[in-house]
Design a protein around this ligand. Structure first.
Ligand code: ADP
Ligand code: ZN
Ligand code: ZN
Length: 802
């Protein structure tokens, strides 16, 4: 078995296959599938994943593997198989799929260098360039006084060569430690011989006689208020040893979590958990949809099911949406399972993430709680996979590989024969429909555990406000209620949909809207720097004084960003202390947590924010939730906009009155009659499901059909249109007669970064060969892609239709 099949790190569809390499003698014993290796590829050396070992190859003269990067495989056999499936299911490259399953730091870094091979003198310019060095970074050529033809000539002569180096990133953290170099009784003897003046040294020796074990250098220095030179002196005398030790960066201090124990379950909870426990016990796979209102005790069910899995010696994966991975959420799991939990969160540094990943890889934990990509945790005995808030769009990855974590979870659930739990107060129509058909098992929690009713929801018609002369974005009702809460010392949460949504700049004279010159989308006004920014390409320009179209000075920003609301709020209710939480105020690491702590400590009366405040927060003192513009989502060009509105309103209502004090919700809208808003205000999920299903059926949208979206982009408008047309034409000849291909149409954002974007959408019910067919069609454009910078992307489960 001395041939390795390797997927190499070259993201090109022409190279999307395994390559055979021979395994040199010295690696034969240790090399296993799932390890990263360095292999020669053309003139370069690159990283690759070994996916298999075989006895022989159908090719002659195989090149040898140069090096192995791992001691144990980073991908288990199951993950190798999952990666293959993932690539094929999402029409991605194998290499992209494998990379997506591993932490960032395991991806290789490449460096291009010029190496001097001979000592013969080179041209004057090249001598100056190398300046007595053997290796010089290739980039330095750019600023050097060497012509490229000189370099080429020297390469041809064999005097110098281009080298590609694969670098594993620096990833492990080392910390200095000190330990005694001899037995305590020997140290004691040494102590007696020491001169009286070396007071600090004596104190430290005394410490080690007492505590005969290692200690972190910094801790020791601090403890004795001394400097490194004292320790160096003791080391020089042979009493102590300084050494480096690899430690894990633990972003969470496990001691800080108060331990909790299992609660006595309610009857509803017991009924819901029973079949799940049964499946864990029987090592049997099934998907459970746990539909329960917020506060109905879903998390407690997860915790108790996980306990069974741990007791069985198996492992648990819990996925939560990125923005709900709050300290409060982490505390619930660490509080129950302590240091047996690893947390994978995008706010962690690369190093911290890698350390958490390694704790999983080394089987030092049995539970992982994390965002989307935690579904690839390298466990080998999975006993349960839980997806909380299964309706969240963040479970779908929006770049390659465009996978949905739910699909990956179910696939792993089958591999490990374990239950998969999808939990939500507002399940997606897709999941609920599957539960109705008994594809998923439905478990329902109808009551809050504290028996408290869900808070009353009040809908305020903003058109009426306008008619009666209120031109602010706060209805009188909301204003009065906020003032009342402040008087009572209670707190309020105000939700605005999306950051800077509609904070565009418009001329009040001529209606001209400032757009990004590269993306066909309105620029967003940012007050802090008085700048206009594009959220798609990060183009920015100063806010103009005059309208570029009619020169009027009445050009203003328009709409309601969080900053704007914050200002208006402080004018309207000057005594209110407001905390603003949005992408801008939470960019820095730890700032999210800091804001939440401030609010929990009652340093503010109002927490104002975007979607991120709707999730998972739980504050005792919050008795009012205000939704400023319930309809800003309703009018997006997306067939799921009604569903998203319903989910968001339900979600945010769950933030109020979770404890002793009763809560109230005020929803401001210009379309109070819309069924999404109306049914959300009454918590009528089932009614909503029925009504929305009728719409989906009528217009033939999921779950009644499947969708696939193909997007084509090019700098040249005509090329983009024609290529899309060509794709559509070919697909029509290949697909079943009841499938429909919509388009070509311009993408809703028709230009991004100076590239024109066209798309076509396939609606189908049954196309077993669809992936192969699409691949076949797309591959015909390979030349255009390679030579002419055409881009084609395929999304087999599109969510972002905009
Ligand atoms: P969900 O995840 O559905 O929003 P949680 O699991 O967070 O609900 O439960 C809401 C609250 O009820 C939490 O404070 C939790 O500790 C408490 N709780 C859950 N189950 C029980 C129970 N069986 N008995 C008492 N309190 C419970
Ligand atoms: Zn104008
Ligand atoms: Zn732009």
């Amino acid at each position: 078995m001395n041939v390795a099949k390797v997927i190499v790190d070259v993201p090109a569809s022409s190279i999307n296959q395994t390559f055979d390499y021979s395994i040199p003698e010295r690696f034969r014993e240790m090399l296993k599938p799932g390890m990263r290796v360095i292999v020669p590829f053309g003139p370069r050396k690159i990283m690759g994943y070994v996916v298999d070992r075989v006895g022989e190859s159908s090719f002659n003269n195989l090149k040898e593997i140069n090096d192995i990067l791992d001691i144990t495989p980073v991908l288990t056999p199951e993950l190798l198989d999952l990666g293959k499936w993932l690539a094929e299911d999402t029409l991605s490259l194998y290499i992209t799929a494998f990379q997506a399953m591993l932490p960032q730091v395991l991806k290789a870094n490449y460096k291009k260098e010029l190496e001097r091979l001979s000592n013969d003198s080179l041209s004057e310019e090249l001598e100056a360039f190398f300046a007595d060095r053997d290796h010089v970074a290739y980039d330095e050529l750019e600023n050097a006084m060497v012509s490229f033809s000189q370099v080429q000539k020297a390469i041809q002569n064999g005097d110098i060569a281009v080298r590609y180096l694969v670098k594993s990133r620096v990833t492990k953290k080392h910390v200095a430690f000190v330990k005694p170099a001899m037995e305590p009784h020997l140290l004691a003897e040494a102590l007696e011989d020491m001169s009286g003046r070396a007071r600090k040294q004596k104190e430290i020796l005394d410490y080690f006689i007492d505590q005969n074990e290692e200690i972190e250098l910094n801790k020791l220095l601090k403890k004795f208020e001394t400097t490194r030179s004292t320790i160096n002196a003791l080391q020089a005398k042979g009493f102590l040893v300084l050494f480096k030790k690899e430690i894990y960066r633990n972003p969470y201090n496990d001691d800080a979590f108060e331990q909790t124990t299992a609660l006595e379950l309610t009857d509803e909870q017991r009924e819901a958990i029973e079949p799940i426990k049964q499946h864990i016990n029987d090592t049997e796979h099934d998907v459970f949809l746990l539909h329960g209102v917020t506060g109905s005790g879903k998390t407690e069910i997860y915790l108790q099911a996980i306990q069974d899995v741990i007791d069985k010696g198996e492992e648990a994966i819990v996925l939560v949406p990125e923005i709900s991975l709050t300290p409060q959420m982490v505390r619930r799991f660490k509080g129950r399972f302590g240091s047996n939990v690893a947390v994978l969160h995008s706010a962690l540094s690369y190093g911290e993430k890698y350390d958490e990943w390694r704790r999983i890889h080394r089987k030092e934990v049995q539970v992982v709680v994390g965002a989307r990509s935690a579904v690839f945790a390298p466990f080998e005995n999975i006993g349960i996979i839980i997806i909380d808030e299964e309706h969240e769009n963040s479970y779908k990855q929006e770049d390659q590989p465009r996978y949905h974590a739910r699909d990956a979870a179910i696939r792993r659930g089958e591999n490990h024969q374990c239950p998969v739990i999808l939990g939500s107060a507002t399940p997606t129509l897709e999941s609920y429909a599957r539960a109705q058909k008994d594809v998923y098992k439905l478990a329902v929690l109808t009551k809050r555990t504290n028996e408290k009713a869900m808070p009353e929801v009040d809908i305020v018609d903003m058109r009426e406000e306008l008619h009666s002369g209120n031109r602010t974005m706060f209805s009188r009702r909301l204003k009065e209620n906020i003032e009342q809460r402040i008087r009572r010392g209670e707190q309020a949460v105000l939700l605005l949909n999306r950051r800077g949504y509609s904070t565009f700049v418009m001329c009040r004279d001529c209606g001209h809207v400032k757009e990004c010159p590269h993306c066909d989308i309105a620029l967003t006004y940012h007050k802090r720097h008085n700048q206009l920014k594009c959220h798609y390409c990060s183009y920015e320009e100063p806010m103009p004084m005059y309208c570029p179209s009619c020169s009027s000075d009445l050009i203003r920003f328009f709409g309601t960003g969080t900053q704007r609301i914050e200002e208006a709020l402080s004018q309207l209710i000057p005594e209110a202390r407001v905390l603003r939480m949005d992408v801008d105020t939470t960019r820095r690491k730890g700032s999210h947590e800091k804001l939440l702590n401030q609010f929990a400590n009652k340093e503010a009366d109002i927490l104002l924010g975007t979607q991120m405040i709707a999730k998972g927060l739980d504050f005792e003192n919050v008795t009012l939730v205000g939704v400023l513009t319930a309809d800003s989502m309703l009018h997006l060009p997306d067939f799921r906009s009604g569903e998203k509105t319903f989910q968001l309103l339900t979600q945010v209502s769950g933030r109020a009155g979770r404890h002793e004090l009763p809560g109230e919700v005020i929803v401001q809208t210009y379309t109070p009659e819309h069924y999404s808003i109306e049914l959300a205000s009454r918590y009528e999920y089932l009614q909503f499901y029925k009504q929305e299903m009728q719409m989906r059926k009528k217009f033939q949208y999921p779950p009644f059909v499947f969708l696939a979206l193909i997007t084509v982009s090019h700098q040249n408008h005509v090329t983009a249109v024609q290529s899309t047309q060509e794709i559509v034409k070919r697909l029509w000849t290949l697909l079943q007669s009841e499938s429909v291909i919509l388009g070509p149409t311009p993408s809703p954002i028709a230009r991004v970064k100076d590239r024109y974007r066209y798309q076509c959408m396939i609606k189908y019910k049954h196309e077993p060969e669809l992936r192969t067919l699409i691949n076949q069609v797309v591959r015909q454009f390979d030349d255009e892609v390679r030579k002419n910078d055409l881009q084609i992307s395929v999304d087999m489960q599109p969510y972002q239709l905009m």
